[in-house]
Design a protein. Sequence first.
Length: 432
Amino acid sequence: MGKYSIINKLDKFLTPIGQKIGNEKHLQAISNGMLFGLPFLVIGSFFLILANPPIIIEKYNPATANFFVKLIAGWKYWAMAHSAQITLPYNMTMGIFGMISAFGIAYELSKGNKRFHPETDGMISMVVYLMVTTTVDKNNSISLSNLGTNGLFVAIIIGLLSVDINKLIDKKNWKIRLPETIPPMVANFINSLIPLLVNIVIFYGANLILVSITHSDFTTFIIKCLTPATFLANSLWGYILIVTIGNLLWLIGVNGSNVIFPIIFATGIAATGANAALVAKGNMPTNIMNLQMFRIAVLGGSGNSLALVLLMMTSKVEKFRVLGRLSIIPGICSINEPVIFGAPICFNPILGIPFLIAPIINLVLTYVAESLHWIGLGYIVDPSFTPYFFQAYISSMDWRNVIFETLLIVIGIFIYLPFFRVAEKNEIELAN
């Protein structure tokens, strides 16, 4: 049997499955819908940074502090005095991420279904989401506690189901008959009444029933139902399993990151949001399986392939050397398609082994380091595709994370090294 026989069999079996999952409209809507709200997360995170300077003020001693520490301390005192004003932009961006996602997911699914007015579907989803996640007290004050990342899974469910309900209403042709002389904008307004009413009756009605029977609102009920499923992505070994499946798909040429992204990004955002809420209240973050774990799972690109790129840059083989030097900047920003398809890593059993092993070791070491407080826990949603060292610092405001992730890349070099030497030897033999 040839050395590629096993991978070829996996290709024939897994490629259709991976492509079908990756192209599924509902999963694409979740991914794109959450990305829709990513700018709000990033900007909200900046204000959270502004409100929480990296200093423990209880340990600050002005008599022994240098100019830089005094500057940070002054920033801290200013932030404490103006906390409400500084954190308002955070509360109105990251604090309502669930509401934004409810709109974004419904909008993207509606657009994927080629519906005429995806923005209307998005607004219906968002309004219904507000109805089932918010409470209003006697003073007409609205609670924002479920509008952020706490309500993300509810946003996913409502965003998807509301569009499917609207689609069914269109299929059944439940519309108000209007003369052709009615302007399109007026017709759209009138014909959105039935989908809006039906969605309110279904979701808000379900919420009222749940409150009366279980004394739990829609959000609490959904979280309880999803606890077994979210446990998988919120546990180290479950997370490793999901990431490894994604990397296996990469090895047969399927974009595995797209397949697993909706799962690990949603749970990572929720955990990071919970950490951010703790930090905003002056507490320490506690959720280990935060978005930082996802960033480290794709450190330098899936498979910790930045380590491979560094090896390729000094390779004896010209093909590897040129490709490595071309891939170094994208690799630092966690973009590694050039090396996956150029080296190649996909359909390559030699380089495929460290491609699977390196992320597992990274995740285990990160879990241990976070648990022992050797590095800071992520509580800030950092921008995607920025240099890994910037992401490492900005996600936790801790320089130890930059050193730690750099060490993970060094460890990755040693993991890839023996396999890369074999790949080099094969290339030299082919050239001769």
